[in-house]
Each structure stands twice: as structure tokens, then as C-alpha cells.
Design a protein around this ligand. Sequence first.
Ligand code: AMP
Ligand code: ZN
Length: 119
Amino acid sequence: MTHDPHCLFCKIAQGQIPSRKVYEDDQIYAFHDIHPWAPVHFLMIPKAHIPSLAQVEGQHEALLGRMMTLVPKLALQEGCNPYPEGGWRVVTNTGAEGGQEVHHLHIHVMGGPRPWFKG
Ligand code: AMP
Ligand code: ZN
């Protein structure tokens, strides 16, 4: 598995920088966003260093499928209300014009009662 020694989210996935863990398995790590936009706001990352969605290839199909399939389970576990009255928002900022600040692929999952702090 590839890691970038200078990457913030690689360090978080490896436990070198503390985070509030939501979920972990052999390939995926999820943790609360440090500046939440919503009552529920966590990030899901692959443990392997992939800079963004722009670098995703066929070999990542199962990984991305697993991440997306985990979203409903983790969203409800973290306090999002059930669909359709509740729900959540899934966002992956990609590149400078996509608003990406941390260059390690991540999925934002946001939810909880409105109004949100942002967005
Ligand atoms: P993006 O703009 O999509 O790259 O978002 C990066 C997100 O990472 C932002 O929402 C930040 O609040 C969040 N973030 C940055 N540093 C940390 C950290 N140490 N722990 C948790 N979340 C972080
Ligand atoms: Zn990384």
C-alpha cells in the first residue's frame, strides 16, 4: 500500500496524527472533520495514498464501491436521520477549481437537522 510521508491524511490513517475515528477496516479509515459544516460531518479515506478522484482507475473500483456502500451505515451510525425525511450529502472536492485542500482522496459525509453551519 502506498503512503506519502508528507500527507496529512496518510498520517491520520496510520495513527500518527490524532483523529476522532468513525470506522476502520483494512482499506478504509473514517473520522470526524475538524471543522464541521453540519451536525454530522465525517470524512472517509482510502488508507492508500490516492491524491484525488482524478487519479482513480479500474483497480480502485472495488475500493470505491466499498466506500460508497458504507456511507448509509456510517451516516446513520453517526446520527444522520433516515431517508427520505433525513438523509445526508456526499461531496468529493477534486483539484483547485473543485475546492480540494487536502490532496488525499476523501469523501465528505454531512447530515443532521437543518440549518447547517455552512452549505
Ligand atoms: P477538502 O477541501 O475537500 O480538501 O477538505 C478537507 C477537509 O479536511 C476540510 O473539511 C477540513 O476541515 C478537514 N481537515 C483538515 N485537517 C483535518 C484534521 N487534522 N482532522 C480532521 N479533519 C481535517
Ligand atoms: Zn495521503
